[in-house]
Design a protein around this ligand. Structure first.
Ligand code: COA
Length: 322
């Protein structure tokens, strides 16, 4: 009961390519390309914040939908790099775009944010509470990245993706969101909590930067992506032959390839743009969705699987009919 009626994305202008990464940490283009598939990432300007990226993406989605901001009933924004703890970044965007009739709140499911928020939006739309919901995933991960840590800094980039869902038949055919809190210590960024052990793990000892046990997160990711994608396809009463495209969270091409192998589908079914953006957290799926549509890979009536995983640890998957 939640059709996509508009979408848009924004990626900042500044680029950190692999040559630049080579200049700041002990790494090289070959290692990054082979181990991650990433070639470059977009980086927000010093005075450009998550709400700024989100606002541009939101305006583009409204334009795409031919809808005015006043028609929005709700804005859900997912981020792990909010401008403020309060107000919610969703409220900042609500003000910026003039969505005066919309409720607004933030949701934190890290890189699983978009499919999680979409699942929440679908509840409000399916039960008749709201007619138009804007889901935005936006992150300025560069502001939470330790650029002395070669294990993480080569992965992350900044960006925002926004999608408007309206209460029409079809749309979200099935979804599954989940969490495994006992794996939460594998990927952390501290807020108020003072935790000397956590802080010590970070090369720069800056507790607000992202720390990750990369290979353990990778094992979790491959397993859960395959399991979640299989489940939502079955729950929608479909088989993999009915699915036209898979839009996975863009973290590492090896994760995507391994998940495809596990599911038993051709990698060609997977849409990949992580070479140009790196891992933009929750924004990666809606950015990929926009690019897939613009490239003619996602057409009206197509069925797409969206599947993400991330900090928490969390996962979220859905089948949509575009
Ligand atoms: N350049 C060169 N060498 C690097 C490097 C870099 N940027 N980063 C790590 N290495 C080195 C390590 O120090 C290690 O060296 P050692 O064997 O001498 O100790 C070696 O490469 C292998 O490291 P490892 O961490 O086992 O590599 P990996 O194959 O697991 O790849 C990641 C590392 C981070 C790319 C990978 O684990 C990953 O992508 N994990 C998932 C991350 C993710 O998706 N996170 C977000 C969740 S939303």
């Amino acid at each position: 009961m939640s059709k996509i009626v508009g979408m848009g994305f924004y990626a900042p202008e500044k680029v950190y390519d692999n040559a630049y990464m080579e200049s700041i940490v002990e790494t090289n283009d070959e290692w990054i390309t082979q181990r991650t598939g990433i070639k470059e990432r977009r980086i927000a300007a010093d005075d450009e914040y998550t709400s700024d990226l989100a606002t541009v993406a939101a305006r583009r989605a409204l334009e795409d939908a031919g809808m005015s901001a006043e028609e929005l009933d709700l804005i859900i924004l997912t981020t792990v790099t909010p401008d403020y703890f309060t107000p919610a970044t969703a409220c900042v965007v609500q003000k910026n775009i003039g969505a005066v009739n919309a409720a607004a709140f933030d949701l934190n499911a890290a890189c699983s944010g978009f499919a999680t928020a979409m699942t929440v939006a679908d509840q409000f739309l399916s039960n008749g509470t709201y007619k138009n919901v804007l889901v935005i995933s936006a992150d300025a991960l560069s502001k939470a990245t330790d650029y002395n840590d070669r294990g993480t800094c080569i992965l992350f980039g900044d960006g925002a993706g926004a999608v408007i869902f309206s209460s029409e038949k079809g749309g979200v055919l099935s979804s599954w969101i989940g969490a495994k809190g006992d794996g939460g210590d594998k990927l952390t960024s501290l807020a108020y909590r003072e935790d000397a052990e956590e802080t010590e793990k970070r090369i720069s000892h800056n507790k607000n930067t992202i720390w990750m046990a990369g290979s353990e997160v990778m094992k979790f990711a491959v397993k859960i992506m395959a399991e979640a994608a299989d489940k939502v396809v079955a729950d929608a009463g479909l088989t993999w032959d009915d699915i036209d495209i898979v839009i996975p969270h863009q973290a590492n091409v090896r994760i995507v390839d391994s998940a495809a192998k596990r599911i038993g589908i051709d990698t060609d079914k997977m849409f990949i743009n992580l070479d140009r953006y790196g891992n933009t957290s929750g924004a990666s799926i809606p950015i990929a969705l926009c690019e897939a549509r613009d490239a003619g890979r996602l057409k009206k009536g197509d069925k797409a699987v969206l599947v993400g995983f991330g900090g928490g640890l969390t996962w979220a998957a859905a089948v949509i009919e575009y």
